[in-house]
Structure formats: structure tokens, C-alpha cells
Design a binder for this molecule. Structure first.
Ligand code: AMP
Ligand code: MN
Ligand code: MN
Ligand code: MN
Length: 281
């Protein structure tokens, strides 16, 4: 029987709502055989997740989702099968978390100016790990009655042109790929259809990424439509990139993304887990 691969997920170490062990348990129950934990800008959850995965017979892939600024956009790059003890990687992630800390205060200052107080303390109180994300702000603002849903908070407060928006100053594509390479991992462009890039710009991103040693793109993602999947499968083939598959699961609160229910990669893609560079087959 084919293994069920899910190579993108989040725990409470970043902005997921299940603990690392809770996530591994839920994935195992849902029939996932190989799970990558890819928290935003931290690898803190991997030890706990790996310990339970070992007991359950689930393969845990050590991963990370690195925030990158590319041509005034924020792009997410996954590092899969990374060595957590790599100094260059950890130093890089530390810098990104420092920016997150500054940004959190800045988001709160801006919200304050539009009449919403207490957001910094409120968001920080919801973090369980070392990163504070816009998701934490969203949960706080929903809880405080400023919006009905997380989605609404993003739309009204946290995206470009809205009162709590702060431009990202993340890693360069070059740095992110360097850290992943030094940590012995494979780099994958996360949810490429989410950036709403023109075909020209998307191909430029993929071209630069490949030149810098990038391995693959997420063809199947929890946030991709069937059309997105087919388009990204075509790009992967055309650009000579491997295909990855991940739910981007953040917890049971989001009913749109469920563990164990990801679509298969379309025929003609080269799955990243079948490449020679993938450690376990
Ligand atoms: P950050 O990395 O702190 O800027 O936050 C980005 C995270 O916010 C993403 O990884 C998603 O989990 C979440 N996110 C971004 N946009 C939306 C949205 N429109 N609705 C809900 N969650 C979102
Ligand atoms: Mn997230
Ligand atoms: Mn992402
Ligand atoms: Mn993600």
C-alpha cells in the first residue's frame, strides 16, 4: 500500500493549535505514515514530535517553514529533512524570530492607533512557543470581539493597506536556501498558488529558486484548488522541480484542511520522496 505523505504541518511551537505530540497522534489516527513538522521559523517542536512518532511507527520528517522576502512579497520556503543542530540554520531562524518580536510590538502600536488596545499582551498570551505570528493576533482579536473570524481579522486588520499591517523584513531567498543546504535539507516552495503571482513572476521565482539549489514545489497543498494542483504540476515538470505534498495543517479549528485527506500528486510529477536525495524510502 502506498504511504500517505504529508510534508507540511504546524504545532503550538509556531501558530498551530495542537502540541507537537498531539499533532503526531492526530496524524497517525488519520492514516498519515510520513509527516513533516514545519513550524514557522523554529524547530522547537521536533524533539517532542519525534519521540511520539518513534513509538507509533510514524516517520517524522524534521522540517521548518522559513519566512522569506522576495521582490516585496513574503514567500514561504520549507526545509525538509534538516539537521536541527546546524548552527547556520539556527542562527538564521533566531534572526527571523527577533524580527517577529519587533513586528509584534509594531503591529500592536498600529492597532492601538486605530483604537484597539492590549493586542501585544493579548497575542503573546496565546503563544506557547517562541514565535509570535499574525495568527496569534487574529485569535486575540476574535476573542476580544473585534471580528467574527480569523479570516475576517486578516482581511480587516492584518494585510497590506490595513491598520495593523507591517511589511515583512524576512530572510533573502539566497540565505534561506543556504541555511537549508547547510542543514543537509531539501528546499521546497510552499503553497505556490497562494502568492497570486502572474505566470511570468512565478516562473522567475521558480527559476531563481532552482538556480540557488532549490529542490521542489508544493504541488498539492491544503490551500490549493484542483486547478491550482494541475497548474503547479505543469510548472514542476516544466521547471524541472520535484513535487511535494502537504496539508499545511494548523489544527482542528480550520475545517477546510483535514489530516489524512490530501489529494494524490498528479501523474507525471516526480514526488520529492522518490528522489535520490530523500533519505528514507
Ligand atoms: P506570519 O508568518 O506571522 O506573518 O503569519 C502568517 C500566517 O498567518 C500563515 O502561516 C497562516 O497560518 C496565517 N494566515 C495568513 N493569511 C491568512 C488568512 N487570510 N486567513 C487566515 N490565516 C491566515
Ligand atoms: Mn501559519
Ligand atoms: Mn505558509
Ligand atoms: Mn505553513
Amino acid at each position: 500500500m502506498a504511504l500517505h505523505y504529508d510534508l507540511h504541518s504546524h504545532s503550538t511551537a509556531s501558530d498551530g493549535t495542537l502540541s507537537p505530540a498531539g499533532l503526531v497522534q492526530a496524524a497517525h489516527t488519520a492514516g498519515v505514515n510520513v509527516l513533516a513538522l514545519t513550524d514557522h521559523d523554529t524547530t522547537d517542536g521536533i524533539a517532542e514530535a519525534g519521540a511520539l512518532a518513534g513509538r507509533l511507527g510514524l516517520q517524522l520528517v524534521a522540517g521548518v517553514e522559513i519566512s522569506v522576502s522576495w521582490q516585496s512579497l513574503t514567500v514561504h520556503i520549507l526545509g525538509l529533512n534538516i539537521d536541527r543542530d546546524c548552527g547556520a540554520l539556527q542562527e538564521g531562524l533566531l534572526g527571523l524570530r527577533a524580527f517577529r518580536d519587533w513586528r509584534a510590538e509594531e503591529i500592536a502600536r498600529r492597532l492601538e492607533k486605530s483604537g484597539i488596545g492590549g493586542a501585544y499582551a493579548g497575542a503573546c498570551a496565546l503563544t506557547q512557543g517562541r514565535i509570535v505570528s499574525r495568527t496569534h493576533f487574529a485569535h486575540y482579536l476574535v476573542g476580544a470581539g473585534h471580528a467574527a473570524s480569523v479570516r475576517e481579522v486578516f482581511k480587516r486588520f492584518l494585510v497590506h493597506g490595513k491598520p495593523g499591517y507591517v511589511a515583512g523584513q524576512w530572510a533573502s531567498l539566497e540565505d534561506a536556501l543556504d541555511w537549508i543546504r547547510r542543514a543537509g535539507g531539501l528546499a521546497v516552495i510552499a503553497h505556490p498558488a497562494r502568492y497570486r503571482l502572474t505566470a511570468t513572476k512565478l516562473r522567475r521565482l521558480m527559476g531563481e529558486f532552482r538556480e540557488l539549489g532549490g529542490a521542489g514545489i508544493e504541488v498539492v497543498s491544503g490551500s490549493h484548488s484542483h486547478d491550482n494542483i494541475n497548474t503547479m504540476a505543469m510548472y514542476a515538470r516544466r521547471e524541472g522541480l520535484l513535487a511535494s505534498r502537504g496539508s499545511d495543517y494548523h489544527g482542528p479549528e480550520n475545517p477546510w484542511v483535514r489530516l489524512g485527506e490530501l489529494a494524490e500528486l498528479p501523474a507525471g510529477c516526480r514526488p520529492i520522496w522518490e528522489s535520490e536525495a530523500w533519505p528514507l524510502h
